[in-house]
Design a protein around this ligand. Structure first.
Ligand code: SPD
Length: 378
């Protein structure tokens, strides 16, 4: 009996201690403040339909950049339409182009950048979009339509945009960099990442050499190549999507990145910051397009229209982090907070220093040759 009472007493004490613990730590083992912070997370912008459509047997194949869509968005599309999405990824425009141009594979939706759209239009690798089937194009800010690469706004549906710049660790780069020169600074030897993307990295080397980032002048390109060769001993690795985890983990002090990846990294780490250097940079536009040999054009249009829906584009922005051209989605996500980001909404002064890549025709080979030499010796 005594033992039972002792056990009862122990149980009562345990319950009281647990109750106090729950009060102090918000009931889930985390301090109350953190629990409250978690509650402040955004509610989802779009949700799975309660009664998903039965699968129709129809499929679309989507070929997009790595880590460039919220997979839940695809789940919602499938549940709403009954169309199954076969999803594949690429790392650079050049990889994607090589696959499409070679033939043999067929995609219904691809997401090239500006200069690659220009090239694919010229080479008749894209088909015009039937805007009647993409009513949500009304959500796209007209500032992002009729761009130089698709002046008649016939082939490309704006998806994201951004700049190239420097992502740096404020704990190890004590003075905020304002110049690309940091990419040649011995102090950061084996402490920097460069983009494993031929056009992008060569363009920055051109700018660093004082040349136009669309240059096709052989001497300019020789300067860019020599600069990249000189820089190689300082480079820890040439990477694409891996840069995000690596910079968040503090593996290097500085990286050449696309702005959306900077936004993501800065949301995960307080010690990272982003700058577009004073010498100027690239502004890019990635758009959804339908290849000439798409098998399911109507499915492609449904998918593109779905991606332009305000709730879906807002949800996708929350995950991807790249600036979006979708006015309705920005409103839904929170225009004030969105516009306050100098990374995704750079001041005009910064934009004035940025240029879009042009398709350089046959001269594209010059860039490819330089890049092969740089990468193959690494
Ligand atoms: N995670 C992939 C992000 C793709 C960004 N596109 C950049 C285009 C540069 N021309």
């Amino acid at each position: 009996m005594k033992t039972i009472l002792k056990k009862k007493g122990f149980l009562v004490t345990l319950v009281i201690v647990l109750a106090l613990f729950c009060l102090a730590f918000g009931g889930n083992g985390e301090p109350a403040d953190e629990a409250e912070e978690e509650e402040e997370e955004r509610a989802p912008f779009a949700v799975m339909p309660v009664n998903p459509a039965p699968m129709t047997g129809e499929t679309i194949s989507v070929y997009n950049w790595g880590d460039y869509i919220d997979s839940e968005v695809i789940d919602i599309f499938e549940a709403e339409t009954g169309i199954r999405v076969i999803y594949e990824t690429f790392e650079t425009n050049e990889d994607m182009y090589a696959k499409i141009a070679k033939g043999g594979s067929s995609y219904d939706v691809i997401v090239p950048s500006d200069y690659m759209i220009e090239r694919m239009i010229q080479e008749e690798l894209l088909q015009p979009v039937n805007w009647n089937n993409v009513p949500n194009v009304k959500n796209i800010d007209p500032r992002f339509t009729h761009e130089s690469y698709d002046p008649e706004f016939k082939y490309s549906v704006p998806y994201t945009w951004g700049t190239m710049g420097l992502l740096y660790n404020t704990e190890t780069v004590l003075e905020a960099p304002d110049s690309w020169d940091i990419l040649l600074d011995e102090e950061y030897k084996m402490d920097m990442f460069m983009l494993n993307a031929p056009r992008d990295t060569t363009a920055i080397a051109l700018v660093m050499s004082g040349h136009d980032l669309n240059s096709i002048n052989h001497d300019d390109l020789a300067d860019a190549k020599n600069l990249l060769i000189r820089q190689k001993p300082l480079v820890l690795a040439y990477v694409v999507d891996e840069v995000k985890d690596k910079m968040i983990a503090g593996e290097a002090s500085v990286a050449l990145v696309w702005s959306g990846d900077a936004t993501f990294c800065m949301s995960e780490s307080d010690t990272l910051n982003y700058v577009v250097p004073k010498e100027g940079s690239n502004i890019f536009y990635d758009s959804m397009c339908i290849p000439h040999n798409a098998r399911n054009v109507s499915g492609a249009e449904k998918f593109i229209d779905f991606m332009c829906r305000a709730d879906i584009a807002a949800m996708n922005y929350e995950y991807v982090g790249y600036a979006i051209p979708n006015t309705a989605a920005i409103e839904l996500w929170g225009a004030e907070e969105y516009n306050a980001s100098p990374v995704n909404n750079p001041p005009q002064e910064t934009l004035n220093k940025c240029q879009v890549f042009k398709y350089l025709g046959e001269n594209t080979k010059l860039y490819d040759t330089i890049w092969t030499e740089i990468i193959s010796e690494f």
